[in-house]
Design a protein around this ligand. Structure first.
Ligand code: COA
Ligand code: AMP
Length: 618
């Protein structure tokens, strides 16, 4: 029996004992006496997450250790911050927020590019007990407005611009447009003026970041209840309204600290690089909180895997900063492979510091796994999780002794997670049989506690389908050795270049086009991005429009309303959508056709020609 098996079994059989022990690695203002009550972890504990990420390391004499390396090929900058420096900046930024009236429990929206101030902003909120909600920069103004209205921030923290390889993204006009659309009015917006493109400020509402921070006195840490929220992170659900995943302070700190050593095998002082964005959960957990809680050096990379300037950028960063653990999305590796199939760019750099490449965000196809393994000569570790869980559900936990890798599988459930594959009646599927992947309750610490201002949706979306289980929304199977295989979403969520998007939301946007009678959006397999959305559109009778023109307008509408990150480029006008006689669109069958899977024409179909048309177009 391996170390992993023992640890996993103990975590499931005696979860309270297991997590009470893990909680000792965290500093508490009031240590918890109760470990688990009604699904909430450490309900009587009090702590501060920022203290655990920064202050305690400085107090332990590690103030001169590098906390963060900012590497930005798009601006030609490399800058390091020690723990003492990051603490100083964070305390001042926290002081600024306090001066602007932000109190424990208040919400702050952060809409920023990948600059150190974004990390500081998150930690500063945590420091004073405020709840941050980071919105990814690739979303359009309308999406930002929806999140502002839902989160109701006292303050919005933003920057004048972001820098994409091909263009400047003017964040400030996007923020202004969002605030024009939103009903909620934040008291202030604090804008980081980037030299590449400073933005005009609105008098009375907007403040200059540098001026406001330098005028502020540093703020200390405010201890909060372990169950108080640390952040809200919106993610795509099956409808247009995003889900505001709520993360608490105590369970989060305990789980992330535990995962850094046990899942990733990372030790204090090591360099850990998650090549993601602070707008996604990977950025929250493994650019900001995880590495800092563990006393590691984290890398904040403002660039792309390719084009900034070449497919060797990841390898340059690894070599320059001595990265030991790299975490990326399979799509990023595919992008590098496409431009540098022989790995010539990797050969230019000394990659001897690298011990592991962890991949997540979408299914790791075996071909990409093999290419990366051969290129790097280190274990390439697929691991599976989601915004809701906040940390890995299935992984090869290298800190517990690595298990043999099976390409195509993220290995086994991580301790804390009791993973099941259930059939439609709620019975466990035998090995090899596909079903819904669920997690038996209680969920471990660090997973979502509710959906912001919508507990009913939380219960309905995750807990109602299989009583006693959390529904992940993914389908898959277990094999005879207990390895999990996650094959894809079983709902209307798709994964485009590692970005999670809702086809239902795209349908809502397209349906608002005046000439569209109805539509369906599905994810279609793509060699680079994993999946790409394709919209099927039926025009209103008598619209008298050129289909090609409407197709272009529909694509522009999705970009304008949801944002460039949706990568929605392909709309196809069809005569009718495939439906059952009762009017239900046959999305699952359409998805099968798109994935090249064998499909059966349902006997309840209204008009078989409609399915044939979809197959022809695809
Ligand atoms: N701010 C503003 N716009 C952004 C943005 C941001 N932070 N991030 C992406 N965009 C824009 C891009 O500029 C692009 O716009 P365009 O249509 O005008 O070209 C669009 O959103 C789509 O971006 P992206 O999906 O990143 O595609 P790409 O073609 O620019 O790059 C990859 C392709 C594979 C290199 C890139 O998607 C990638 O690195 N993916 C990894 C994602 C990841 O790390 N996910 C986190 C999970 S671990
Ligand atoms: P997000 O919430 O953006 O992190 O997206 C989570 C979703 O991405 C999951 O529900 C899966 O559908 C998919 N996903 C993430 N990691 C993996 C993986 N290693 N294998 C398969 N799918 C994955």
């Amino acid at each position: 029996m391996s170390g992993y098996d023992d640890v996993h079994r103990r975590s499931i059989e005696r979860p309270e004992e297991f997590w009470a022990e893990a909680a000792r690695a965290v500093d508490w203002e009031v240590a918890p006496e109760t470990v688990l009550r009604e699904g909430r972890w450490f309900p009587d504990g009090r702590l501060n997450t920022c203290h655990n990420a920064l202050d305690r390391h400085v107090a332990a004499g590690h103030g001169e250790r590098t906390a963060l390396v900012y590497d930005s090929p798009v601006t030609g900058t490399v800058r390091s911050f020690t723990y003492a420096e990051l603490l100083d900046q964070t305390a001042r930024t926290a002081g600024m927020l306090r001066d602007l009236g932000v109190r424990a429990g208040d919400t702050v929206v952060i809409y920023m590019p990948m600059v150190p101030e974004a990390v500081v902003a998150m930690l500063a909120c945590a420091r004073i007990g405020a709840v941050h909600s980071v919105v990814f920069g690739g979303f359009a103004a309308a999406e930002l407005a929806v999140r502002i209205d839902h989160a109701e921030p006292v303050v919005v923290l933003s920057a004048s611009c972001g820098i994409e390889p091909s263009r400047l993204v003017e964040y400030k006009p996007l923020l202004d447009a969002a605030l024009e659309r939103a009903r909620h009015r934040p008291a202030h917006c604090v804008i980081l003026q980037r030299p590449q493109h400073p933005a005009p400020l609105v008098e009375g509402r907007d403040l200059d970041w540098e001026a406001a921070v330098s005028a502020a006195a540093p703020a200390g840490c405010v201890a909060v209840a372990a169950t108080d929220p640390l952040y809200i992170l919106y993610t795509s659900g099956t409808t247009g309204a995003p889900k505001g995943v709520v993360r608490d302070n105590g369970g989060h700190a305990v789980a992330l600290q535990w995962s850094m050593s046990h899942v990733y095998g990372a030790a204090p002082g090591e360099v850990f690089w998650a090549a993601s964005d602070v707008g996604w959960v990977v950025g929250h957990s493994y650019i900001v909180y995880g590495p800092l809680l563990a006393g590691c050096t984290t890398v904040l990379y403002e660039g792309k895997p390719v084009g900034t300037p070449d497919p060797g950028s990841f390898w340059r960063v690894v070599a320059m900063h001595g990265v030991r653990t790299l975490f990326a999305a399979p799509t990023a590796i595919r992008a590098i492979k496409k431009e540098d199939p022989a790995g010539d760019f990797a050969k230019k750099w000394d990659l001897s510091s690298l011990r592991y490449l962890f991949l997540a965000g979408e299914r790791l196809d075996p071909e990409t796994y093999r290419w990366a393994t051969e290129l790097l000569g280190v274990p390439v570790i697929d691991h599976w999780w989601q915004t809701e869980t906040g940390w890995p559900v299935a992984a090869n936990c290298v800190g517990l002794g690595a298990l043999p890798i099976k390409p195509g599988s993220p290995t086994k459930p991580v301790p804390g997670y009791d993973v099941h594959v259930l059939d439609s009646d709620g019975a466990d599927c035998p090995p090899g049989a596909e079903g819904a992947v669920t997690i038996r309750l209680p969920l471990p610490p660090g997973t979502l506690t509710t959906l912001h201002r919508d507990h009913a949706r939380f219960t309905e979306a995750y807990l109602s389908r299989y009583p006693g289980h959390y529904l992940t929304g993914d389908g898959g199977h277990l094999d005879d050795d207990g390895y999990l295989y996650v094959m894809g979403r079983i709902d209307d969520v798709i994964n485009v270049a590692g970005h999670r998007l809702s086809t239902g939301q795209m349908e809502e946007v397209i349906a608002a086009h005046p000439d569209v009678a109805e539509c369906a959006v599905i994810g279609v397999a793509d060699d680079l991005k994993g999946e790409l959305p394709v919209g099927f559109v039926v025009l209103k009778a008598g619209a008298g429009r050129d289909p090609a023109e409407v197709e272009r307008e529909v694509a522009a509408l999705v970009r304008e309303r949801i944002g460039p990150v949706a990568a929605f480029r392909r709309a196809v006008v069809v005569a009718r959508l495939p439906k059952t006689r009762s009017g239900k669109i046959l999305r699952a069958t359409m998805r099968d056709i798109a994935a090249g899977r064998a499909y059966r024409t349902p006997s309840t179909i209204e008009d078989p020609a409609a399915l044939e048309e979809i197959a022809r177009v695809l």
